[in-house]
Write a protein that binds this ligand. Structure first.
Ligand code: ADP
Ligand code: MG
Length: 250
């Protein structure tokens, strides 16, 4: 479902991604761990073409993200084509990013109606189903500011799902939450994992990673140092850098 091949990205002289190779199969959950500054967010942003990569490519469900191929060369897609591609990739941020002037329901139907041309009634029905799934049916007409952080993040997840994405990206979805609200958001993500949603999740929640990940990916200084099942990467890491990181967070 997701293939990242030979991706390099620099900001000025700072090389932030240094040859990333990553494959996530349909229905799999990959969890990315690594110290602050190791390039995790930049990788997610590159996958969604919020950052243009310097070398390499990303493909989602066999389609190059942000580019088209002609022979061996890659040509950048037009902005409207990139925007259309982006609707196949859900992105849940640390800071929720809900529209504060819209109700919960309006937040969820906005993109399907305006970006995908889904009919209003169909979008409404889907939104109600998704709100039930994240346990927020009673908040359908509430405004985001009246919700807890955990509730807002669950709305953000429902909003991402409303686009029926092929791939769902999470960038530290619980880092902005008070500790007692982390569990309700992780439970929703675990439910999606069981339902077969293909996900790439950046998180510092190691116990959660052990539970949901098919693959754990450890990044350091712009490289994937080690990747494999949790039993390997978390419990029997091969690399010194992985061991050093885990000794700090476990
Ligand atoms: P992580 O998510 O693992 O903490 P990031 O991908 O956010 O790491 O950042 C990796 C490095 O790239 C950091 O040193 C960060 O300061 C730098 N960086 C990220 N975005 C930009 C940008 N737009 N301009 C310049 N430097 C950036
Ligand atoms: Mg980050």
């Amino acid at each position: 479902m997701l293939q990242v091949h030979g991706v390099h990205k620099s900001f000025g002289t700072l090389e932030v991604l240094r040859g990333i190779e990553l494959t996530v199969r349909a229905g799999e959950v990959a969890v990315v761990i690594g110290a602050s500054g190791s390039g995790k967010s930049t990788l997610l942003r590159a996958i969604n073409h919020l950052e243009r990569v310097d070398r390499g490519y990303v493909s989602v469900d066999g389609e190059l993200v942000g580019y088209r191929r002609s022979g061996t060369r890659l040509y950048e897609l037009k902005e409207h084509q990139i925007l259309r591609q982006r609707t196949h990739i859900g992105f849940v941020f640390q800071s929720f990013n809900l529209f504060t002037n819209l109700t919960v329901l309006e937040n969820i139907v906005e993109a399907p109606v305006n970006a995908q041309g889904v009919g209003k009634r169909e979008a409404d029905t889907l939104a109600r189903t998704l709100l039930a799934r994240v346990g927020l049916s009673d908040k359908i007409d509430a405004y985001p500011r009246t919700l807890s952080g955990g509730q807002q993040q669950r709305v953000a997840i429902a909003r991402a799902l409303a686009l029926r994405p092929k791939l769902l990206l999470f960038d530290e979805p619980t880092s902005a939450l008070d500790p007692e609200l982390v569990g309700e958001v992780l439970d929703v993500i675990k439910d999606l994992a069981r339902g077969g949603t293909t996900m790439l999740i950046v998180t510092h929640e190691i116990a959660f990673a052990r539970e949901v990940a098919d693959t754990v990916v450890f990044m350091d200084a712009g490289q994937i140092v080690e990747q494999g099942p949790p039993s390997a990467v978390l419990d029997n890491p091969r690399e010194d850098r992985t061991r050093a990181f885990l000794s700090k967070v476990l």
